[in-house]
Ligand binder design. Structure first.
Ligand SMILES: [Zn+2]
Length: 130
């Protein structure tokens, strides 16, 4: 960790703004973001978003320690990108079209909160439950 890092990798939230490249989310959607995946690399194209080859800028350090590098993850140290976590008022979500799970209507926040830590790091394709 480094001074100023924002913790919190198990989060959910409401979309308050979308970037010009984001087509599948809109303001007001509830989302569970965790794995940061590009959607275009070898692993992403096969649905293995946790192995994304493009979203961890510290990939070489992680590979040296573990033999390979996972995707960039929010609030998971500078071995996995140093991305700020969710213990903040707002969070920027890179590649928002790919990574976040959109929460279906009818489910409470409490029912889905821990999906961020249980399902998102897995190889489960995002948004398959919507
Ligand atoms: Zn990728």
């Amino acid at each position: 960790m480094q001074s100023g890092d924002v913790l919190g990798h198990e989060t959910m939230g409401e979309v308050v703004e979308v970037g010009s490249q984001t087509k599948n989310l809109k303001v007001g959607d509830r989302v569970v973001p965790f794995t940061i995946a590009c959607g275009e690399c070898f692993f992403c194209k096969r649905g293995f978003h946790s192995g994304c080859e493009r979203t961890n800028p510290d990939r070489e350090k992680a590979a040296k320690l573990w033999g390979n590098s996972p995707a960039g993850l929010f609030a998971y140290s500078h071995l996995l990108g140093g991305y700020a976590g969710g213990q903040a008022e707002y969070r920027r979500v890179p590649h928002a079209d790919v990574g976040p799970l959109k929460v279906p209507n009818g489910l409470t926040d409490e029912q889905v909160l821990f999906l961020s830590d249980i399902f998102r790091p897995a190889t489960w394709p995002p948004n398959s439950a919507t």
